[in-house]
Design a protein around this ligand. Structure first.
Ligand code: GLN
Length: 436
């Protein structure tokens, strides 16, 4: 199998596939605003930066995580000790009207810096063209190796996501003054990563879907196009209500930072949901915007959920999702919707996190006659498990059903005996109250 794919690999890639990365070894440190410092060696760009320090429990897919626009402004700490073993692929796909032009999740490294326990000096993979170190250096992203990332993680779990400085070279010896730390969540990061002008993918697709881009991962767009959707990507604050009749469905993507900066989009969406009955689907930031449009509040979690192993319990059945089943999901978020009781009229909880009972999904009720779903996790994966990938099929089929007969074929009333109310009252609510 490997041998067969090898035939398609460019010569350049084969030649470089097992080279070492150029480590610089300059002293480097992570200084936290709370006073702790962790010293190691630099292997990325020779520059110091500020950011928000977060940890991810993912074991693979450092390349996908680092190019995910939702990591913008963040210093990404990997709990897995050895990172970089399989290098970095050539991040270029043939750009045609059916593809997004990249292999990874966006053109650039989006996180501010990476911190790893032990960077792999040798890498080996049939798609690799360079090391993690040379990739970071080319993209001007600082990186530290040789620190105890598990100790940092234990600290962040206790004190929560903490502002930090990645200091390279002479800067490393002393922490900056407390007033110097920059808080990325104070800025509207979505505005920095969203497309500035609308563009189309697969214009001849069989169903027309508008995508509000809060910082879309490429695999979300691929997942829609691969299901033959004609996709129009719009800036996050675009006035969709002015053009909504041209579309069969609306999709809201993931995106970085505090959803409060995107209240404008939530208010526009509120009107869409009141006046338009076509399917709407949102992921992560998109889910938070849908929740805010529905009248729910978003709050900042202590350390968020980042990793590819987050179990979520489905509380309702819809399309490929069955109530009572646990799905393993990919996640990257700091904020979540509050679990309110009762939920706003016309809405119900869809998924709940098995570890911390946070809201992982909401949906419109069958009685509301609407077809709206939001999920906090990432069904498109990249990286992570594909347990919930068929939610894209459900959504595109629902849009097609609306277009063809104005009827539904995926949403069904949940008949499972999941004691949602009991679960929410006895398990989820007390846990969330304890967390607040
Ligand atoms: N991946 C995302 O869309 C993240 C959403 C939001 N920025 C959060 O941290 O909660």
């Amino acid at each position: 199998m490997l041998g067969r794919s090898f035939i398609h690999i460019p010569r350049l890639a084969r030649g470089l596939a097992t080279q070492s990365g150029p480590l610089t070894g300059v002293p480097a440190a992570l200084h936290l605003k709370t006073g702790q410092s962790f010293h190691g060696r630099s292997f990325g760009a020779p520059k110091s930066i500020y950011g928000e320090t977060v940890f991810s429990t993912s074991i693979t897919s450092y390349t996908e995580s680092m190019t995910d626009p939702s990591y913008r402004g963040q210093i990404l700490v990997f709990t897995t000790p050895l990172i970089g073993n399989y290098g970095v692929p050539l991040n270029k796909a043939p750009f045609d009207s059916q593809d997004v032009g990249v292999v990874l999740e966006s053109q650039n490294i989006q996180c501010s810096a990476v911190i790893v326990g032990d960077v792999a000096e040798k890498f080996s993979h049939y798609t690799a063209v360079e090391s993690l170190a040379s990739w970071c250096q080319r993209h001007n992203v600082p990186a530290i190796t040789g620190v105890d990332t598990r100790a940092i993680t234990r600290l962040l779990r206790d004190q929560g996501t903490t502002l930090g400085r990645v200091a390279i070279g002479e800067d490393a010896s002393a922490p900056p003054a407390e007033s110097e730390f920059w808080d990325p969540s104070a800025e509207n990061l979505v505005d920095q990563v969203s497309t500035k002008t609308p563009y189309q993918l697969n214009p001849t697709g069989s169903v027309k879907i508008a995508v509000l881009d809060f910082g879309a991962k490429a695999n979300i767009l691929r997942s829609l196009v691969r299901r033959d959707a004609a996709v129009t990507v719009l800036p996050w604050n675009y006035d969709f209500n002015a053009i909504r009749d041209q579309y069969d469905g609306l999709f809201l993507t993931n995106g970085p930072g505090d959803p409060a900066h995107c209240m404008e989009a939530a208010l526009k969406l509120r009107r869409t949901l009141q006046e338009w009955d076509k399917p709407v689907f949102g992921i992560c930031m998109g889910h938070q915007i849908i929740g805010m449009a529905a009248g729910l509040d978003a709050y900042r979690m202590t350390f968020g959920n980042r990793g590819h192993n987050q179990p979520v319990l489905a509380l309702a059945s819809s399309g490929s999702i069955k109530a009572g089943r646990v799905y393993v999901t990919s996640q990257n978020h700091q904020y979540a919707l509050k679990l309110e009781d009762p939920f706003p009229a016309g809405w119900e909880p869809f998924f709940i996190n098995c570890n911390d009972s946070s809201v992982e999904g909401i949906k419109s009720t069958v009685e509301s006659g609407k077809k709206v779903w939001g999920v906090q996790f990432h069904p498109e994966s990249a990286g992570g498990p594909l347990d919930t990938i068929e939610m894209f099929t459900d959504f595109v089929l629902e849009c097609k059903a609306h277009k063809l007969q104005n009827t539904s074929f995926t949403t069904e009333k949940s008949t499972e005996s999941i004691p949602v109310d009991t679960f929410v009252q006895t398990v989820a609510k007390p846990r969330i109250a304890a967390q607040a």
